[in-house]
Structures are given as structure tokens and as C-alpha cells.
Design a protein. Structure first.
Length: 226
């Protein structure tokens, strides 16, 4: 277990260092998110302030689609350089490769979200930070959930010649259930207590994350098979 976690952290560290040098995926993700936020704000703020429940949905829809720019090419370098076979035959568990990619995707998304959430709060005219600890917890768990789904989807479409086309077909259906939970929880944070207790929804979100991580990690060796 310890060696597996060490290998996962090493893989994540390698990808993060490469990303900090290139900055391509992070810049593409931030540019898409910024354009989407500006488009929504110009279209809706001109008619008055954006309703908080609509803004909550927009936040996660933007993050959801923004993740495509980070998750789709998450195995691209290994696939193009042929190092994927090396990872498959390396003396480390297959789940360590998956967890390393999840950590990398989480860090990549988190860097963009640090700038994105304040911009959305300013342009949409309301704050997501009414309960800062809970908001941070939802952002962390939600981003991990999307990263878990996106990393597995990216691995599954590696053999396909039409990765850009196939990836959304795998990513969208599997990530939608988590997305709906995130929108509902964020809406309650912004508007106040709802019919369903927020902690119950958060526990369901945690269960969803654990299920996605466990299921994906257990079958990931099939994705690494040549």
C-alpha cells in the first residue's frame, strides 16, 4: 500500500511539474471558464442580478465542461510516447497510476478554481462563501469526484482513434450524477436551508466519490492492458 501511494504521488508530481512548465492545459481551462463566465454575465446581469440558484448551477456546469480540457489529454503523453506500456509493466499496482492521475487532475482543476470562484462571485453579484468551511469542502470533494470520473474516462478512450469524440460520450453520463448533487448542495449554501438537509446531500456526495474511486481503481488494470 505504501509503495503504491508513493508511486501515485510520484506520477502526480511528474505531471504537475510538466504542466507548470507548459501551462497549456491550465491556460486552456481558465480561458474557457473565463469566456463562459463573461458570456453568462453579459447575457443575464444586463437583465438584473443573476438568481443565486441559477448562478450555483452555472458554477458547476462551467467547472464540469472546463474539466474536459484537463481530463481528456490526461493520458495523452503516455499514449504518444509509448510510456503507457512501461507503466503497465512497472512493479507498481495499476491503481497507483490511476490515483496519480486523479491527484494531477484535482490539482490542475484546483489551480483554476482558485481564480474562477472569486471572478464568478464578483460578476454574478453574489457570494458562494456564506459558509466558507462547507464551501471549501464541497469544492474539494466535488473536484475530486469529477477528477476521478474524468481520469477513468480518459483511460478508457485511450485505444480509440477518435478520442476527442468518444471522451464526452464516456465522461458526461458518468459525471452527471455527481454534478447534480454538487449543484443542489451549492444552491443550499447560497440560498439557505432547503427541504433536504445539506449534510445528507454531502454524505451522498462523499459516498459517490468513494464509489467512483473504488470502482475505477479496481478495474483500471484493464485500461492499462496492451
Amino acid at each position: 500500500m505504501t509503495s503504491g501511494l508513493g508511486a501515485a504521488l510520484a506520477i502526480a508530481k511528474k505531471d504537475i511539474i510538466i504542466q507548470l512548465r507548459k501551462k497549456f492545459e491550465a491556460f486552456s481551462m481558465f480561458l474557457f471558464a473565463l469566456i463562459a463566465v463573461l458570456a453568462y454575465s453579459f447575457a443575464l446581469v444586463s437583465q438584473g442580478s443573476i438568481p443565486a440558484d441559477v448562478g450555483s448551477a452555472m458554477l458547476w456546469v462551467i467547472i464540469f465542461f472546463m474539466g474536459m480540457f484537463g481530463f481528456a489529454p490526461i493520458f495523452l503523453s503516455e499514449s504518444e510516447t509509448g510510456t503507457l506500456r512501461g507503466l503497465a509493466t512497472a512493479p507498481i499496482p495499476a491503481w497507483a497510476v490511476y490515483v496519480g492521475k486523479v491527484i494531477y487532475g484535482f490539482v490542475l482543476m484546483g489551480i483554476v478554481e482558485v481564480f474562477l470562484v472569486p471572478i464568478i462571485s464578483i460578476l454574478f453579484g453574489f457570494s458562494f462563501l456564506n459558509d466558507i468551511p462547507l464551501t471549501v469542502a464541497v469544492l474539494v470533494v466535488g473536484t475530486l469526484d469529477l477528477s476521478a470520473v474524468g481520469s477513468m474516462a480518459s483511460a478508457l478512450v485511450m485505444p480509440s482513434e477518435a478520442k476527442a469524440t468518444v471522451f464526452p460520450l464516456v465522461y458526461f453520463p458518468t459525471a452527471t450524477s455527481g454534478l447534480i448533487l454538487l449543484i443542489e448542495i451549492t444552491k443550499i449554501i447560497v440560498l439557505g436551508p432547503g427541504v433536504v438537509p445539506i449534510m445528507l446531500l454531502f454524505e451522498i456526495l462523499l459516498a459517490h466519490l468513494i464509489a467512483m474511486l473504488t470502482l475505477s481503481a479496481s478495474v483500471f488494470h484493464f485500461a492499462l492492458s496492451p
